[in-house]
Ligand binder design. Structure first.
Ligand SMILES: [Cu+2]
Length: 355
């Protein structure tokens, strides 16, 4: 009913605007003058072109000044630096070319504005010019594409070299669960059809698979610094995307299949908290939070920096809050933590539910 009413109102508003335009046109009939642009009109438009150029240059400089600080801090994964360089060089070329072409576009619009007696020059073609403006983009784009493909192949080369830690990331509306492969570093088979909530089997592990007995299911991801991690992603319900921005990592989680991503964390959480860029971000966020706390708003406690796993596919109404904390720590700290966790076999035997 509301939809029908909204459409009716919109149609009526459109008719009213149309009628008013007609009345306006009729009232202007007598006063209508020659509508050909004069030299003065063209001059004004020419200057407006320059004004617009100044506006877009100004807003670009302003955005750099104001918003560069909200970009991600330095990458915390081994492959991240290469990824960032590719991004930086691509953006640099885009900004360089756009600065020049925007200037030329607006300058020529001004220079060749309409003037009485001025005639457009018929200029069929110029092979030299055509060659130059074709070959330069071809070389630049081919270079970027080749570099991009090389980087992509490097990042997406998921293999078992260097004894990687195997971890499963399990997505469901609207939370993440991680599963470590345990002592044998082999994940037990799993299928959503085998989920048995009453029996603590929340990820649908195949209880007859011996590889799964030592698997460790947790709600907080701990990673030892400097060791490669091979992630296996699964989804229980809809498309999700495991996004770990500080490690420049993202992979879709697709129901019915296992997707993979691999990276090596190179900075512990403690080290990252000492990064000047991160310190600055935390300071700014906490200033906003302090103001909110003073106004009595909930959830305004001071924030401490942590790596985070987010969902980057709009998967439902609580998508925005689908996240898991990631802690990168030294090998000793990690060993201590993992030793304190219960295995799936142990959980199933004791029947303790994992919350
Ligand atoms: Cu999601």
């Amino acid at each position: 009913m509301i939809t029908v009413l909204t459409i009716t109102v919109l149609v009526l508003i459109a008719i009213a605007i149309w009628q008013m335009t007609k009345i306006f046109e009729l009232s202007q009939l007598r006063a209508a003058k020659n509508e050909t642009a004069t030299d003065n009109d063209n001059k004004v438009n020419g200057y407006l072109m320059f004004a617009f150029l100044v506006f877009i240059y100004g807003i670009t400089i302003f955005s750099f000044y104001k918003y560069t600080k909200v970009l991600l801090p330095e990458s915390a994964s081994a492959h991240g630096a290469e990824y960032d360089s590719l991004m930086f060089v691509s953006m640099l070329i885009i900004f360089f070319v756009q600065t020049i072409t925007q200037f030329l576009l607006h300058y020529f619009a001004y220079k060749y504005r309409g003037e009485k007696g001025k005639k457009a020059l018929f200029y069929a073609d110029n092979h030299k010019l055509e060659f130059i403006w074709t070959i330069i983009p071809v070389i630049v784009l081919a270079g970027l594409i080749l570099w991009g493909l090389y980087t992509w192949t490097n990042i997406m080369d998921i293999n078992d070299e260097d004894d990687p830690l195997v971890v499963e990331l399990y997505a469901q509306q609207f939370n993440w669960t991680a599963r470590y492969a345990g002592e044998d570093n082999v994940l037990g088979d799993a299928n959503v059809r085998m989920i048995d909530i009453d029996n603590t089997n929340i990820l649908g592990l195949d209880e007859s698979d011996p590889n799964g007995a030592d698997d460790i299911i947790v709600k907080e991801l701990h990673l030892p610094v400097g060791r490669k991690v091979n992630f296996h992603m699964r989804s229980q319900d809809v498309l999700h995307s495991a996004y770990m921005p500080h490690f420049r990592a993202q992979m879709n989680c697709v129901p019915g299949m296992i997707t993979q991503f691999s990276f090596t964390p190179i900075k512990t959480t403690a080290e990252m908290r000492q990064d000047p860029d991160v310190i600055d971000k935390v300071k700014r966020a906490n200033k906003i939070r302090a103001a909110k706390a003073a106004a009595g708003e909930p959830n305004s406690d001071p924030w401490e920096y942590d790596y985070i796993l987010l969902c980057n596919k709009i998967c439902g109404k609580s998508h925005y809050n689908m996240q898991m904390k990631i802690i990168v720590e030294t090998q000793e700290e990690y060993d201590k933590w993992i030793a304190s966790q219960k295995t799936f076999g142990g959980e199933a035997a004791t029947g303790v539910a994992i919350k």
